[in-house]
Design a protein around this ligand. Structure first.
Ligand SMILES: Cc1ncc(COP(=O)(O)O)c(C=O)c1O
Length: 341
């Protein structure tokens, strides 16, 4: 079968419907077989716990076509484990790792004509979603769950590729606090962040840089991405915090940074350190690395990039990870999960 008739190189990070999605139901302590569904809507009890009490967790990962036509998904085992930890935190039924991986394989195969061609800069984004579906009025965990997986071809997060952005350090509004749900991927965190993104965008910045909720001193993360900085003396520093999402991209970049000869430090990172960095970046599945051009903290702005010249290490890390994902470079860590189409 050929490819869908899409303008692959002009795709954005927007939802494009595909052939099918998958549904697995959890009932009486058991997960059902996969149900292959054509329409892209679902029907729910009006009292479903996901709608009222936020029993909802999701994941985001990508499938890439390689030059030889083979297809692989980047580190889906990590997403499977993260979804289990999100489910555990919200007291939801946990989709086992094998079920998650089999769903990922199935969704790619069922929608194979939507896998963007090698060289287009696009990828097939896979969105697993777990929701509580029992209609219960009281604040209680759901008895039944739906694990749903869909896919959508997406373009690069920024059309221009590595487009440097300006961050603003927000001190009042928070997305998460220690002991809360910042370290899992649940919808409530994103609902809480919308107003913050709007605030900083209205002020003329591209994204927010959050500080920890207890001391207002340590860097947490930036919107939907982890943060890292690179120093003159060759350190890759990234915040350790119990209220940030453990990014799979960041985990991978830390390995690659070590291989590039950088000293990797994952530790609480006081915000004042932004003034000593040579390069800074945000990282996540959507864009791999988004270089940071400047950060504004109170009345001071530190600028890392003049014009559009990306920092040396940020560029090397980006190129290296992309090359692995696209099968252009040896996958020495076994990060690519091959899908037999
Ligand atoms: C809040 C948040 N932090 C970090 C990330 C980056 O995580 P990953 O690299 O696993 O995509 C994401 C995106 O998933 C996110 O939503």
């Amino acid at each position: 079968m050929g490819k869908a008739n899409l303008d692959w190189s002009n795709l954005t990070f927007a939802y494009t419907p595909t052939n099918y999605h998958l549904e697995y139901y959890y009932k009486n302590g058991q997960w059902s077989e996969a149900k292959i569904v054509e329409q892209d809507t679902i029907s729910l009890p009006i009292a479903a716990t996901c709608l009222h009490y936020g029993q909802e967790a999701f994941e985001g990962l990508k499938a890439f076509e390689h030059k030889d036509g083979s297809v692989s998904v980047f580190r889906p085992e990590e997403n499977a484990r993260r979804m289990i930890s999100s489910a555990r935190r919200l007291l939801m039924a946990e989709p086992p790792e094998e079920l998650f991986l089999s769903a990922v394989e199935k969704i790619v195969k069922l929608n194979k004509e939507f896998i963007p061609p090698y060289g287009s800069g696009a990828a097939l984004y896979i969105r697993p979603l777990l929701i509580g579906i029992s209609g219960i009025l009281g604040v209680k965990r759901s008895e039944e769950y739906l694990f749903l997986v869909f896919a959508s071809p997406v373009g690069p997060y920024f059309k221009e590729g590595l487009k440097p952005i300006n961050l603003y350090v927000e001190e009042k509004l928070k997305r998460a606090a220690p002991g809360g749900t910042g370290n899992v991927k649940v919808g409530g965190n994103y609902a809480a962040s919308l107003i913050v993104s709007k605030k900083v965008k209205d002020m003329g910045y591209n994204e927010v840089l959050y500080l920890d909720a207890v001391h207002n001193k340590y860097i947490d993360e930036s919107g939907p991405a982890n943060f890292f900085g690179i120093t003159e003396d060759k350190k890759y520093i990234t915040p350790e915090s119990e209220s940030i999402l453990p990014s799979i991209t960041n985990k991978s970049l830390m390995v690659l940074a070590g291989e590039l000869g950088l000293n990797v430090e994952q530790r609480p990172m006081p915000v004042d350190e932004i003034f000593n960095l040579k390069e800074a970046g945000c990282c996540g599945t959507a864009a791999v690395i988004t270089p940071v051009k400047s950060i504004t903290y109170r009345d001071k702005t530190v600028t890392y990039i003049e014009g559009d010249q990306i920092g040396e290490y940020s560029l090397q890390l980006y190129n290296k990870l992309r090359a692995i994902q696209l099968g252009e470079e040896a996958d020495t860590h076994g990060w690519n999960y091959k899908i037999e189409l």
